[in-house]
Ligand binder design. Structure first.
Ligand SMILES: C[S@@+](CC[C@H](N)C(=O)[O-])C[C@H]1O[C@@H](n2cnc3c(N)ncnc32)[C@H](O)[C@@H]1O
Length: 290
């Protein structure tokens, strides 16, 4: 173990203050199940420290710094582990910069495998005065895995059936769903190949249909924070899917500590990093009050 490497015991359930890249270098190998995070967006907000990410002169320099961090984090995350990254875009002189995808390709370039591009749709997004384009009411939620096989509990995040619900007129739905013998193999629709194989899961899985890629979740506020915090419900979904019970969740940009608070509530351990000591203190208080 290198001299400056921390023992896992010293990192668990802690808010570690410092530059994410430097702190990541002190974390043990393969100790994290999943990362849930939202990095500082490019040229969006001043977080008040010299080592902050987001103030780089160009998008390329910003992507390079985030890629350097996530390159190091590949070592820290288990081979079966993953990353959920929530990231919004930016307009510069009226042009969309494509920042989420630039960052996503940066992570791919350092070896993370991109598994999903989900959309966080915000039903209560701020109205805008723009008359030359639609009002933005979404951000991206990228899912990456460290290796070829990764932990993903689809059952933990299923959503209610819609198409094949009791009220639906779709074949195989009404008077069929949940009834004795009401499967594609038995009953009214015996032999309906339309409902076999993949359709089985979509139509009749008792825990609901597989999670979709558009997540509609209202923005929430944490009154002490002067910056955007993400909603606990969003974090809950990510943790439930990719962190086994008792596992470890890392947030290298912890801010007001939303990831840590949700991980704690769901019976997971956390490691939280932020470069701003005031935010680390705020997050410690928030966890204490939770
Ligand atoms: C978008 S906020 C995260 C908010 C968080 N998701 C929440 O719900 O509270 C980004 C955070 O990254 C932190 N940050 C910026 N540069 C950093 C760096 N180099 N190392 C660690 N943290 C950094 C900022 O201080 C800020 O708290």
């Amino acid at each position: 173990m290198p001299a400056k490497m921390k023992s896992l015991k010293k990192c668990l359930d802690q808010f570690l203050c410092g530059d994410a890249i430097e702190v990541a270098k002190t974390l043990p190998d393969a100790c994290v199940d999943t990362i849930v995070t939202s990095p500082p967006y490019w040229q969006q907000r001043d977080y008040g420290t010299a080592d902050q990410i987001g103030q780089e002169i160009s998008p390329a320099a910003y992507v390079e710094r985030l890629s350097e961090l996530f390159d190091e984090l590949k070592r820290v995350v288990k081979p079966t582990g993953s990353v959920w990254m929530v990231i919004g875009d930016k307009y510069l002189k009226g042009e969309l910069m494509g920042m989420p995808w630039r960052v996503a390709f940066g992570l791919k370039d350092v070896g993370w495998r991109m598994r999903s591009d989900c959309i966080w749709q915000k039903p209560n997004a701020m109205p805008s005065s723009t008359r030359t384009r639609p009002t933005t009411d979404h951000e991206y939620i990228f899912l990456f895995s460290n290796g070829k096989d990764y932990f993903y509990d689809a059952d933990a995040i299923r959503e209610p059936h819609v198409t094949f619900s009791e009220s639906s007129k779709m074949k195989g739905g009404r008077k069929h769903f949940g009834k004795r013998g009401g499967t594609p193999e038995k009953g009214k629709n015996t032999g309906d190949t339309n409902l076999h194989d993949g359709r089985w899961d979509q139509a009749f899985h008792p825990k609901g249909r597989n999670k979709r890629t558009v997540w509609s979740i209202p923005l929430s506020k944490f009154r002490e924070a002067h910056f955007a915090v993400y909603p606990p419900k969003l974090v809950e979904t990510c943790i439930a899917a990719t962190c086994p019970p008792g596992g470890v969740v890392l947030d290298p940009f912890s801010g007001a500590g939303t990831t840590a608070v949700v991980a704690h509530k769901l019976g997971r351990k956390f490691i939280a990093i932020d470069c701003n000591e005031e935010y680390c203190e705020m997050a410690r208080r928030r966890l204490g009050d939770a």
